[in-house]
Ligand binder design. Sequence first.
Ligand code: CTP
Length: 410
Amino acid sequence: MKTYLVGGAVRDQLLGLPVTERDWVVVGATPEKLYSQGYQAVGRDFPVFLHPQTHEEYALARTERKSAPGYYGFTCDYNKHVTLVDDLARRDLTINAMAMDPNGNLIDPYHGSADLQAKKLRHVSQAFVEDPVRVLRVARFAARYYYLGFTIAEETRALMYSMMRQGELAHLVPERIWQEWMRSLQEKNPEIFIYTLRDCGALQVIFPELDALFGVPNPPQYHPEVDSGVHSLLSLAAAVRLSDDSRVRFAALLHDLGKAKTPITEWPAHHGHEKSGVQIIVSLCKRLRIPADYRKLAVLSVTMHLNIHRVLSLRASTMVSILEETDALRRPERFLQLLLVCEADACGTMSKQVDYPQADMWRAILRVCQNVSVSELIARGVTGKDIQRELHQLRVDAVKRLCSGNKLSY
Ligand code: CTP
């Protein structure tokens, strides 16, 4: 039996990037042989085992054939005569279809290292079409390696487009879509994930809500980029510069979804887009089973982004009401995330330099309100419903002092 390092570990080693996870392929063995050496089976659908000491994944070399539609419709053969080259042939991209033997020799039958040199994401064979998740994976790798200059090979773009045309993406299950989308949000250029899906027509199938924003104009005086879809991608890119938090990035991408609902006769104005965006986000999150913390921040951002932007023209009492409505005093961390989303929105334009003093202003307002303590009211004998009202007033007074100290109007 022989073992080879495969997949992402070989790819990233050749790219000179840190290797975080190592996958191995075992050739010429049987499950019984691996059990006898202390390996433990983990694969439900494939013969994958954990090494007794390192706990890294070792998979028996296998071939796969599509036998039925859907994610689980594969027949897989892992008899001990399956070769390494057979196993590499079933993989998605040439750069993911290389192996390395224990002496560091590269086994590269599909020219993955040439594609690494050429910075191309290219499918290995027609078998690519058997797994529609690969459309999302290619988009994710495009997002990950964009900064290195990688692009998708023309024939792979054409194949992704034809998969979309043939309805293959309908077989994608919500969990896999979200898993790839969420992972893309952690990449250096997650906007390229969305751009790639749009390029092959997949965005319309997978995220029609987002696709609908392209072609919807904004007033050019506020948005030199004009197009709402482009603005959403620029906001996502800005969110990446501001935060590592995937929830902030997700909310920045989706903050303007409501603009797709504006009647054409009102363009380029979008009165009320905050309200119409909420329902769209809620149903998108339900359909893709997106975790609640992502949904909550996205809903808050859709609802509140205009109020946050206009802080400099608000009265102190409105500022405090906004903090209370957004639950900022009990959940300050979420309010701080909201500020990052709003800053990403403001910076998501073609303009070179955008200042966003609103974020600092809100952070200062939050701080002074956090310092207002209820114990003083209780000591004064205030009780029941009056506590809320008096507390609100104390916060308003504190914000007024802050604003006059800063010589800002309120
Ligand atoms: N693979 C594939 N098709 C898929 C999923 C995986 O061909 N739908 C193959 C690829 O060869 C890939 C390997 O299985 O390199 C391991 O998959 P995974 O761990 O998901 O990805 P990595 O390439 O290791 O990338 P990452 O760095 O994102 O983990």
